[in-house]
Design a protein around this ligand. Structure first.
Ligand code: GDP
Length: 625
């Protein structure tokens, strides 16, 4: 039985995976990458890690790795064929995307994979069940030997010796004494886990010599140019691959990690500023700067200003003001408005609905002045947006947390979303806001996949911590990596209960919305721990992609929870709002589609850059040209 099949980019982005095993297989895959792939060893030989056997294929054209893992003792004979066939199938199916480097999309490859797997399994079974013919003497290898071939050539060394000589020579070549120290020799077996055939060994040996030769040439060439350079210790460097998300060295690859490596993250975290105060309710998005002034002066005059500066209202200039407005007469203007809204990242069907509501308001009216039209459009849009953005359910975290505290229960918020959207950063901002309001916080590090995730939270915790009433205001709860996230969250909640901590903030691993095993594990975490609030973290700047993620997260939680009334997403954290200029459409689309409110808006990279959304601010941004 297969334990795992995973397809990931050299940059560590997992495109698709199938997991048969119940335990997480990050460690063996990382070991394979480190000990075999990076060492440029052939993927045909079996790499053993504990009881697992792993093999891989490297697709150089699209820079993808295909890795399969299975119980080594099963000695599956079809693994090579499976790798070849899956690689071909995947390439053929997604060629256009792969060529365009569009690897962040979801790949619905499960059916294709299982079809290929079934076929190669059947083929191998048929092969195995074929009756084996006894070989006749004529067909045997021995019969092919000539007498001459059996005569020992004194000049020819026996195979074993030849290999030894090669090895010895190889070592000699590989260990030039530079700076008085031998160069690090790449051991073929790593930890002795790999099994190579003699042929593979000799191929590999030639390969090493070739690589080494090239390396030497380079060193000489370098030396010739920079003759004054002091000789440097040469060690075998891991291949540098250009990794998305700021990660640089494949040697540290965690295949499930897509955001920056831990050191980089920690630098970023330590640069996060702890300035300002956040007591009381969070500020609205529009309460600082021009936005506020504009809202305060919200009148026909400001609307005319907007029109003169060519804002959205310019669209309505062509309307004949003195006549009764009809559906037909406003249709061209509304079509333009729809395009404008779509350009602001509003999903097209929602843009159409907003335009319909404006059309209904305008129809039958005689608006003598242009500013009359403009203010009608503005108020209608505002009304519709407020309606969309107004929460169906009241979420007052401070009040609910206080309530829970009075009952001796920790209040729990779980953050989920895809990788790199800002879960940990915004969770830390929420932690800051809570401790500013006198609540003690326990951060549960339930991202047990991504290397550096725990350290990132530890750095935030260290930065945020303060002693108040003899109590540490924020603490980290972690159980390291490769643990069941649901269990870590459960232990964190128990710990919070024991230590009378007021709020537990659960950080979860980033996952793609179509990654079934990971979505199932998130559903389990939520089902088992029943947090008070499940927040979906999405980037404002990806627009419709964030909507797709949100819808699929919700669906997956419903599908995998196996409960009649599953706990779905309660609210949204919209991050990186500071980077979107006025393309605020994702806010509208996400709330419209799920009916869930935007609880927080991330507006930057300091701890105080956390706000609440204000429909008016969104409308103002929507109406900007
Ligand atoms: P995670 O993988 O979802 O936990 O993402 P991180 O919390 O590690 O954040 C990824 C990157 O996004 C980091 O560089 C953060 O500083 C950045 N980030 C998070 N929130 C915001 C925000 O509101 N505005 C901006 N500009 N950057 C943000």
């Amino acid at each position: 039985m297969l334990e795992l099949f995973v397809i990931f980019s050299k940059g560590g982005i997992v495109l698709w995976w199938f997991q048969g095993a119940s335990q997480l297989l990050t460690v063996p895959v990382n070991a394979l990458v480190k000990d075999v792939v990076l060492q440029e060893k052939t993927g045909n030989s079996l790499f053993k890690h504990d009881k697992l056997g792993l093999k891989y294929r490297l697709d150089n054209e699209f820079e993808l790795l295909y890795v399969v893992a299975y119980q080594a003792e099963l000695a599956l004979s079809y693994v090579d064929k499976l790798l070849t066939d899956v690689q071909r199938e995947f390439r053929d199916k997604y060629k256009t995307d792969l060529q365009a480097k569009n690897i962040y999309r979801s790949f619905n490859f499960a059916d294709d994979f299982h079809r290929v797997l079934k076929a190669v399994e059947a083929e191998s079974l048929a092969e195995a069940s074929k009756p084996r013919e006894m070989r006749t003497w004529d067909k045997s290898a021995k019969s092919q030997k000539t007498v001459g071939s059996m005569v020992i050539d004194p000049n020819k060394k026996p195979i074993e010796k030849l290999t030894q000589t090669k090895s010895a020579k190889g070592k000699e070549n590989q260990a030039p004494v530079l700076n008085g120290k031998p160069e690090e020799v790449v051991s073929s077996g790593g930890s002795g886990n790999e099994s190579h055939s003699p042929d593979e060994d000799s191929i590999e040996m030639s390969r090493k010599r070739f690589i080494e030769k090239k390396g030497k040439q380079k060193t000489v060439a370098k030396g010739a140019v920079k003759s004054d350079d002091a000789p440097k210790k040469r060690v075998k460097e891991s291949r540098k691959w250009d990794l998305g998300g700021g990660k640089k060295d494949m040697a540290e690859l965690d295949v499930f990690k897509t955001s920056a490596n831990s050191d980089e993250v920690n630098v970023a975290v330590s640069e996060m500023k702890l300035k300002g105060q956040m007591t009381g309710a969070l500020k609205d998005l529009d309460t600082d700067g021009e936005e506020e002034e504009e809202e305060e002066n919200s009148s026909d005059t400001s609307v005319s200003d907007a029109s003169s500066s060519g804002g959205i209202f310019g669209i309505f200039k062509s309307l004949s003001m003195s006549k009764t407005l009809t559906k037909e007469s406003v249709a061209p203007a509304l079509e333009k408005m729809k395009d404008h809204l779509i350009a602001k990242n509003v999903a097209s069907d929602i843009a159409a609905k907003l335009c319909d509501s404006v059309a209904t308001k305008l129809e039958g009216k005689v608006l003598g002045t242009f500013s009359g039209v403009a203010s009608t459009v503005k108020s209608t849009l505002q009304e519709s947006c407020v309606q969309i953005l107004s929460p169906k359910r009241r979420i007052d975290i401070l009040r609910d947390a206080m309530d829970a505290k009075s009952k001796g229960q920790p209040y729990c918020i779980t953050f989920c979303g895809v990788n790199g959207v800002g879960k940990s950063t915004n969770l830390s901002k929420v932690a800051f806001w809570l401790i500013e309001n006198g609540l003690t916080v326990l951060i549960a590090a339930c991202d047990t996949f991504r290397a550096g995730a725990v350290e990132q939270l530890r750095t935030h915790t260290r930065k945020l911590n303060r002693i108040q009433n003899d109590k540490k205001m924020v603490q980290l709860f972690d159980k390291g990596y490769d643990k069941d996230a649901a269990f870590v969250a459960m232990s964190a909640l128990a710990h919070a209960r024991d230590t009378k901590t007021d709020v537990v903030l659960v950080d979860t691993a980033g996952r793609m919305q179509d990654n079934e095993p990971l979505m199932r594990s998130l559903a389990k975490l939520i089902k088992v721990n029943q947090p008070d609030l499940v927040l979906f973290v999405g980037e404002a700047l990806v627009g419709n992609e964030a909507v797709d993620q949100l819808v699929k997260f919700n669906q997956a939680l419903a599908d995998h929870s196996q409960q009649e009334n599953p706990h779905l997403i309660d609210g949204i954290v919209l991050t990186k709002f500071d980077t979107i200029d006025d393309k605020v459409g994702a806010a509208i689309s996400m709330t419209y589609i799920t009916g869930q409110p935007i609880v927080f808006v991330g507006t930057g990279q300091t701890y105080t850059d956390l706000k609440t959304l204000n429909a008016r601010a969104v409308v103002s941004a929507l109406m900007k040209a």
